[in-house]
Design a binder for this molecule. Structure first.
Ligand code: F6R
Length: 243
């Protein structure tokens, strides 16, 4: 495991962008993406890099980690809308290369199975970008998710509903969908390389538990201790509880 600590969110995002560009140059084309306030600056840095011809997305295939259920992809608080707005519409990523769980799928089980099968058919992802929840979740794999889980429909924990209704996205708890479609822990951990980003004091405790262990389903991100190729990029505050 590699841990890179920066002064602030912007520096973390710039370093993550540089690593992304380097890995793309090595042929890491199948990439798992995350949404959320942590990732916004990374996408802005990647868009800037694209506009100054430092990166080309034409060969990239993206797979987003998760989507609320049921939510219309065109709704401004869907993860699909987030990605279109912050990233996809600004770069030369072919539309057909964007893979996304459909928040309106009639049959979520079939939707998840199809997604998992496609990722497996690629031999899993080359690079997975992750954020971490205050409760240690990755994607929407909440505490006590099975380490063997594949893409599936899950219930969101009270903590996640609370965090996501703090005004950054939804304004109150009632607005937040209570379920989501998410890649599973097994789907995530099978990626060849994993880059986790975390910023701010509110992430410090989860980061500490994930990095210092023990490995426990209580802290889903602690499963990353089992992976040989993980890079954590943290700002000073998120790293403040590491011993
Ligand atoms: C969303 C996702 C989540 C977030 C996590 C942190 O696609 O994968 O696990 O990464 O909830 O969210 P922020 O960055 O908003 O604190």
């Amino acid at each position: 495991m590699k841990i890179i600590i920066s002064n602030n969110h912007l520096e973390t995002s710039k370093k993550a962008c540089d690593l992304f560009i380097k890995l793309l140059g090595k042929g890491y084309y199948n990439i798992g993406l995350a949404t959320g306030s942590t990732q916004i600056r990374l996408y802005h840095e990647l868009v800037k890099a694209y506009k100054s011809s430092k990166i080309d997305f034409s060969l990239v295939n993206t797979f987003n980690l998760d989507e609320y259920y049921k939510i219309n992809p065109d709704y401004s608080l869907s993860y699909r809308y987030f990605m279109d707005n912050h990233f996809f519409k600004h770069i030369n990523l072919p539309k057909k290369n964007i893979n996304f769980l459909n928040g309106l799928a009639n049959d979520p089980i079939i939707e998840c199975k199809k997604y998992e099968t496609k990722i497996k058919s690629l031999g899993y992802l080359d690079l997975q970008i992750l954020g971490i929840g205050v409760n240690g979740h990755i994607g929407f794999c909440e505490p006590y998710s099975s380490f063997d889980s594949e893409t599936s429909l899950v219930n969101l924990s009270d903590e996640t509903i609370k965090q996501n209704s703090d005004g950054r996205f939804f304004k109150n708890k009632e607005e937040v969908p209570k379920q989501a479609l998410t890649m599973g822990m097994k789907t995530i951990i099978n990626a060849k390389k994993i880059l986790v980003l975390a910023n701010g004091q509110r992430k410090a405790s989860a980061v500490n538990k994930a990095i210092e262990g023990p490995i426990s389903s209580k802290v889903p991100a602690s499963i990353l201790l089992n992976h040989k190729n993980v890079v954590w990029m943290l700002d000073k505050e998120a790293s403040s509880e590491l011993k």
